[in-house]
Ligand binder design. Structure first.
Ligand code: NAP
Ligand code: MG
Length: 517
């Protein structure tokens, strides 16, 4: 069979040590800078609504700088947005899959043309340096391009056996209106993937972006409009999670909830979604992709410089604010001291500064995050040995110095709770078996890794390391769409496996029709 579209390929990354990409990125930053401080209304159906209340979004690296303001939704707008989404569902859900898939191909092309501009918005709104910001946009484009192709597979006839005297057919149908609740840490990639997956198979959605990054979400909506999605298919509904979150989840017309964020909020949504509301005639589907306490194990069989490099990238990329970030470094006793020394030296060599200047380590997302991380650091100082960092950086932004605690006891708070910042706990294990036991001794199970040259140990972690995404002999962050389907085990979530071959199946239901002749 000939394919409708070219085969999927992930987006390439730029090399910012070369003058041309560097110049182009800085030009994009200048352009974006000239557009700072604008207002972005809600988008409900085709209508732009300014509510008179605003979510203000500031640059985390320069917190006096207003990136933009997004209109703040209130509960009163819930009925209009639900109605708009269901109205467009009536026609969008009936389109041929190819029609919707082509709209995605166009969206991917538009986002590709605006790649550096979309990345530059993240540099200023989320504090991502050039490579981190570009990787986020590349992932967003990959989700769109990949799901466009995957959707066509779901349009194929479903195999079933014949039965004498009957015709039997099964086919997949979209399920209805969903609420999309993304986090701020991959403000374009995760938002795009969580939205476009359900949408390509015929659902319509209401996006409630994270309050720290509503402007990049508004930029996504510009791309959506340009790609020609009918109005009301994707609605933009920024608002405070604590004000409009529960009402969106509880609404009897909400058919599914696609959530990525913290364990605490995820558990709350999961519970509320399970409760039947008056007038509700379906079970709500609720997909919860949650936090992690991700560990990298290093044993005595490897090059310790390489192991330390992988630990630094995994622990401090985007200031450790990745669900996949290494927050526990577990080292076998034999090489513990030697590895720790190399690790500290490399962490201390990281430069800290504004994302706009492309420093390796930038500010954390908000004042709230900075305070929370500093609280954990204070606990760490009581529980373990601080070896580097341990304090805020320059106060023009929400900086925290890359922080390492050594000799962290297994039961320490900083070894058990997700900190979500540039803080790594180093734990000593007796041997490899002990290291694996420690790694698995957590409620989470998102990512994990092993640096080892021992084939027996590598085979063992393949089976016994309880994580959804396991990396051997490399960094434990940076999953690629279509290459490493992403999603965790245990309390890290529902294992939705974003960017994987089964993801779209979560947003359709199968209908089976039997006709007797
Ligand atoms: P968060 O605080 O849980 O917020 C996530 C989203 O939920 C935001 O849009 C937030 O809105 C909203 N929200 C808050 N309260 C709500 C409620 N009662 N009902 C409905 N929605 C509500 O998480 P975050 O700080 O943005 O993100 C960091 C977390 O995400 C970390 O735990 C990280 O590990 C996890 N994460 C997981 C994955 C994965 O794939 N497993 C990927 C990335 C991140 P407001 O912004 O308005 O509060
Ligand atoms: Mg901000």
């Amino acid at each position: 069979m000939t394919e409708v579209f070219e085969p999927f390929k992930t987006e390439p990354y730029s090399d910012f040590s070369k003058p041309d990409p560097l110049k182009a990125y800085q030009e994009a930053l200048r352009q974006v800078r000239s557009e700072l401080g604008r207002d972005y209304p809600l988008l409900i159906g085709g209508e732009k609504i300014a509510t008179g209340k605003w979510i203000e979004s500031y640059n985390p690296c320069q917190h006096s700088e207003l990136v933009g303001r997004a209109a703040k939704a209130s509960k009163e707008l819930l009925e209009p947005v639900m109605t708009a989404a269901w109205q467009s569902y009536a026609s969008w859900s009936k389109l041929p899959m190819e029609h919707r898939a082509r709209t995605l191909i166009k969206l991917a092309a538009i986002m590709r043309r605006r790649k550096f501009e979309l990345a530059a918005w993240q540099t200023l709104e989320a504090g991502k340096n050039y490579a981190e910001a570009e990787a986020d946009v590349a992932e967003a484009i990959d989700f769109v391009a990949y799901y466009a192709r995957q959707s066509l597979k779901l349009a194929q006839p479903i195999e079933s056996y014949d039965y004498p005297g009957e015709e039997n057919t099964s086919f997949l149908k979209p399920i209805g209106v969903g609420v999309i609740i993304p986090p701020w840490n991959f403000p374009l990639a995760i938002l795009t993937g969580m939205t476009i997956g359900p949408v390509v198979v015929g659902n319509t959605v209401i996006i409630k972006p994270a309050s720290d990054t509503p402007v990049i979400a508004a930029k996504f909506m510009e791309c959506v409009a340009e790609a020609g999605f009918p109005v009301g298919v994707i609605n933009y509904f920024p608002g405070s999670g604590s004000e409009v979150g529960d009402p969106l989840v509880d609404h009897p017309q909400t058919r599914f909830i696609n959530f990525t964020g913290s364990l605490e909020v995820g558990l709350r949504i999961n519970e509320r979604a399970a409760k039947l509301q008056s007038g509700q005639v379906w079970l709500k589907k609720a997909y919860m992709e949650l936090g992690g306490k991700d560990a990298l194990i290093v044993d005595e069989t490897v090059d310790l410089d390489y192991a330390a490099d992988m630990a630094v990238i995994s622990g401090f990329g985007f200031q450790g604010q990745k669900c996949s970030a290494m927050s526990r470094l577990i080292v076998v006793d034999e090489v513990y001291d030697a590895l720790l020394e190399k690790f500290i030296a490399k962490v201390e060599a990281l430069d800290i500064g504004p994302a706009e200047d492309n420093a390796r380590v930038n500010a954390v997302i908000s004042q709230g995050a900075q305070t929370r991380i500093l609280d954990y650091i204070a606990k760490g100082k009581r529980e373990a040995r601080l070896v580097t960092g341990g304090e805020a950086g320059s106060d023009s932004g929400f900086y925290i110095k890359p922080t390492v605690f050594a000799d962290v006891p297994e039961d320490a708070v900083i070894a058990r709770e997700e900190i979500f910042g540039p803080v790594v706990a180093v734990l000593r294990a007796k041997d490899f078996a002990d290291a694996l036991r420690i790694a698995n001794d957590t409620v989470y199970g998102l990512t994990g890794g092993l640096i080892s040259n021992d084939r027996g140990r590598i085979e063992r972690v393949r089976q016994e390391f309880e994580v959804g995404n396991l990396y051997i002999n490399r960094k434990i962050t940076g999953a690629l769409v279509g290459v490493q389907p992403f999603g965790g085990y245990k309390l890290s979530g529902s294992n939705a496996k974003a960017g994987g071959p089964d993801y779209l199946r979560l947003f359709v239901e199968m209908k089976t029709v039997t006709e007797k002749f």
